[in-house]
Design a protein around this ligand. Structure first.
Ligand SMILES: *[C@@H]1O[C@H](CO)[C@@H](O)[C@H](O)[C@H]1NC(C)=O
Ligand SMILES: *[C@@H]1O[C@H](CO)[C@@H](O)[C@H](O)[C@H]1NC(C)=O
Ligand SMILES: CC(=O)N[C@H]1CO[C@H](CO)[C@@H](O)[C@@H]1O
Length: 483
């Protein structure tokens, strides 16, 4: 055999091998796409079977801001001088900003921090706005939740103090109370994509780091407007959010405590027919977390939070310490165990609290799945549909589309999951009926409660266009089918 024909043979062999490998991957890809398509249809079936019938009334507090979005890498340039990464409760210098950003970025953990240096903050906002890719939108938990509820057909009352120019960005169907601000609070949202590199760090998921220098939001200035209106409006659902803006409170802890007392009273004063939901957020101050536990959590029927916030609440209630970052892609078993412990602890602690409500719902949203726990035969209906809807909205929001393209969707939840790290059973993900629900008995002190737990896989958006506000859209989407 000549050298040339040997090479030819080897060449042919190589070609065949490449073709085979390609076929194998294509086959695998096709199979993956079929899976994604089936899960999508399964979720959509459950979602549409349960459309909202009457026009529920929803009241949402508190606050608003202008969100300025910028890709983090444009604004922050890594330098080895910032090592090591470090967490700061509040940020006062550029160096602290870089250290904090690195701290959260390497874990892909969402964070929201107060910057007490107004001059630096304004400079950063100005610089961010100078990039053509930067854009602004209305932000804050309350307005985003309000807009989602309105989009889903609810009648909405929103408590926010904002400028007239910001009010214009809110649909007319939403009634806003809270007065006019001279200047809107700005939140600078530094976004990054999954797998992005920053210096030596690679982030495991798309997320955002938010800095702000709020003057209005921390005072919850719109609260009093609700005192006058709510008794008349009689909402079906009252949502409490935006309290994390009091973290690193600039006006003194005594004043803050008095404001939180007012929030507590506002919750207590609602009619029993009004369901109350509290939306958690990124809290880092221990004192504020303690106040949340005594003055807010006992008076809510429902709690909503992400994977970071559930870990933080668990550590703060269980051990009294704060968790700044947690696994950004936790196993289902870990999250469900947190939810069980939180349910038991909050129920037990609330037993002797005057005017306390019975916690009957916990929703945790993560990148890969939605988990909702409700007490059976409580005021919350359609838990399975709510999990499906939350999951679909998670994709729609992050991809910025209302029609899901299976080419931009990935299923990252495993083919089966365990329900608990302690004594869980294994549940396979059924792609035709993707939302898994089951009943469990949970014991809080000596009382037994039957709860329903539903887990829905998220079709993760592989081309993230927006992560901020995701949690708000998702939480509202889950609530809307349950009220
Ligand atoms: C809080 O304390 C507990 C008990 O000492 C410990 O197991 C846990 O890791 C701590 N959590 C954080 C976030 O520091
Ligand atoms: C737990 O139950 C016991 C026995 O019924 C009771 O004495 C105790 O006060 C309860 N603890 C709480 C926090 O409710
Ligand atoms: C996908 C989606 O509907 N996202 C929405 C999240 O909420 C904001 C505020 O309501 C909307 O602008 C987004 O369109």
């Amino acid at each position: 055999m000549t050298m040339a024909s040997k090479q030819l043979k080897f060449g042919t062999f190589l070609t065949i091998l490449v073709v085979l490998i390609a076929l194998f991957f294509r086959h695998n890809n096709d199979e993956l796409q079929i899976r994604v398509t089936r899960v999508l249809h399964g979720l959509e079936n459950i979602e549409t079977k349960n459309e909202i019938k009457v026009r529920p009334k929803v009241a949402i507090g508190y606050g608003a801001c202008t969100d300025v979005f910028i890709e983090a890498k444009y604004l922050l340039h890594y330098s080895s001088e910032i090592e090591p990464p470090e967490h700061f409760d509040e940020i006062s210098t550029y160096e602290e900003l870089m250290k904090s950003f690195a701290y959260y970025f390497r874990h892909g953990a969402a964070s929201e921090r107060y910057m007490n240096n107004e001059k630096l903050f304004d400079e950063l906002v100005k610089k961010a706005k100078s990039f053509p890719s930067s854009y602004s939108a209305i932000g804050g938990n309350a307005p985003i939740m309000a807009m989602r509820f309105a989009k889903e057909g609810c009648d909405v009352l929103l408590a926010s103090k904002m400028t007239r120019s910001l009010k214009i960005m809110i649909p007319d169907s939403i009634q806003i109370v809270g007065g006019d601000a001279d200047r809107d609070d700005v939140h600078l949202i530094l976004e990054y994509k999954r797998g992005e590199k920053w210096g030596p760090y690679t982030t495991p998921r798309a997320n955002r780091f938010i800095i702000h220098n709020d003057a209005n939001n921390p005072t919850i200035s719109s609260l009093e407007y609700f005192d006058n209106l709510l008794p008349e409006y009689k909402p079906d659902l009252f949502v409490v959010s935006g309290i994390q803006m009091m973290d690193s409170y600039p006006f003194g802890k005594g004043i803050r405590s008095a404001r939180i007392d007012k929030i507590m009273n506002q919750m207590i004063n609602q009619a029993p027919t009004t369901k109350i939901h509290f939306e958690m957020a990124s809290f880092v101050e221990k004192d504020l977390l303690v106040e949340l536990q005594t003055k807010v959590l006992p008076f809510a029927d429902s709690l909503g939070m992400n994977e970071q916030e559930v870990a933080n609440l668990y550590h703060s209630i269980n051990y009294g310490n704060v968790s700044f970052v947690a696994d950004s892609t936790p196993r289902v078993a870990t999250i469900l165990d947190y939810m069980r412990v939180l349910f038991k602890l909050i129920r037990t602690k609330s037993m002797h609290v005057k005017h306390a409500r019975d916690l009957t719902r916990i929703h945790v949203h993560t990148l890969a799945y939605q988990a909702i726990l409700t007490v059976k035969n409580s005021k919350w209906k359609n838990t399975m549909a709510a999990a499906a809807k939350a999951s679909l909205v998670a994709h729609r929001h992050v991809c910025g589309t209302s029609i899901i393209d299976v080419n931009k969707a990935a299923l990252i939840m495993d083919e089966s999951f365990t329900t608990s790290k302690v004594s869980g059973k294994r549940i396979p993900l059924d792609i035709e009926n993707p939302v898994s629900c089951w009943d469990e008995i949970l014991k809080a002190n000596t009382t037994e409660y039957t709860v329903e737990i539903c887990v829905a896989p998220v079709l993760v958006c592989t081309e993230a266009s927006q992560t901020a506000g995701g949690g708000d859209n998702i939480s509202s989407a889950g609530l809307v089918l349950q009220i």
